[in-house]
Design a protein around this ligand. Structure first.
Ligand SMILES: [Zn+2]
Length: 321
């Protein structure tokens, strides 16, 4: 069996996946802790590839390896900035893994990998989409006319720090009013806490007890029909839509795919975001933009990395069927 191996290297864990390239089916996933020290990190990535191949019970031979890395990667695949994975900065993972395993290696931004998986699995019917992951921050990948957009330096597709509220909440990047302060998974928790602080969230703080008022709590209470939670969800969907409106006006995608833990809220979130997006006059006139929730879950990045690796050696194959 020929397999493409995909690694999604996070700040705390590495997810490894083997993809049967003849069927497009992923056959194994494994998870490992991420060492921070650079040489230990390199060793862990090689071990993760071995482990993913091992899961195929000796039947798998790697034809390509893809690696998703969080941070700003140059067009050469080398990380220039990676606050959540400092051990990867300046390291040529492509050469390191290619020498070790003797196959082509693709290294890309983790959100770009996720976007590629979204394109093949969640939006195979369109050529242009924006995939946005709403997590601790916001990650995004842009697929326009069937290709990932990397920009002049490799840094394209980082809308989390678009300013959507001049003078708004201070972001860890040093700016004020960045989109991810409001529209990330953590942003949902911030909006909920703000509602409590402004006496609009008594039922939220009561339900939280001694715990924190976070996005998961809002999702749970919203599913139970709690009015104050639904009000926070409305507000959150509005913030998500503000950033999406900017992206749609810039890029004109046919589909927006939302990922991250908050998509567990499901249709109540999706429908609110789509309605809020359509309320912008520039969005609703003359086009239809469909908002979808990713079906891929936490393995999306590793799957996309494997799919990008396979694309690099095959030029297409099953993925274009
Ligand atoms: Zn920021």
């Amino acid at each position: 069996m020929e397999v493409a191996v995909g690694l999604d290297v996070g700040g705390t864990k590495i997810l490894a996946l083997a993809l049967d390239v003849s069927s497009g089916r992923s056959v194994a996933t494994r998870q490992f802790p991420t060492p921070q020290e650079p040489s230990a990190l390199r060793g862990a990535l090689a071990d993760a590839v071995e482990a993913a191949l091992g899961e195929t019970e000796g039947e798998g031979s790697a034809v390509a390896i893809g690696v998703g890395v969080p941070g700003f990667l140059g067009l050469d695949g080398i990380a220039r900035q990676a606050p959540n994975l400092p051990g990867a900065v300046g390291v040529d993972l492509r050469v390191m893994l290619a020498e070790r395993f003797g196959v082509p290696v693709v290294v890309d931004n983790d959100a770009n990998c996720t976007a590629w998986a979204a394109r093949l699995v969640d939006a195979p019917d369109v050529e242009s989409l924006v995939a946005v992951t709403l997590g601790t921050g916001i990650g995004a990948g842009l697929v326009i006319a069937g290709e990932l957009i990397h920009g002049a330096h490799g840094f394209a597709g980082e809308p989390g720090h678009m300013i959507v509220d001049v003078g708004g909440w201070e972001c860890r990047c040093g700016q004020h009013g960045c989109w991810e302060m409001y529209a990330s998974g953590n942003g949902l928790g911030r909006l909920a806490q703000a509602a409590v602080d402004q006496q609009r969230g008594g039922s939220l703080s009561a339900a939280a007890g001694s715990g924190s008022v976070d996005g998961a709590l809002v999702g749970r209470l919203a599913s139970e029909g709690v009015a104050e939670a639904l009000a926070v969800l409305d507000e959150y969907a509005g913030w998500v839509a503000v950033g999406l409106a900017n992206l749609v006006n810039l890029l004109d995608p046919a589909v927006v795919v939302l990922g991250g833990g908050v998509v567990g809220i499901g249709e109540p979130l999706r429908s609110r975001v789509e309605a809020a997006l359509e309320a912008f006059p520039t969005i609703a006139t003359g086009r239809e933009v469909v908002v979808r929730l990713s079906s891929l879950g936490p393995a999306a990045g590793a799957l996309g990395a494997a799919q990008l690796a396979w694309k690099s050696v095959s030029g297409g194959g099953w993925e274009r069927r």
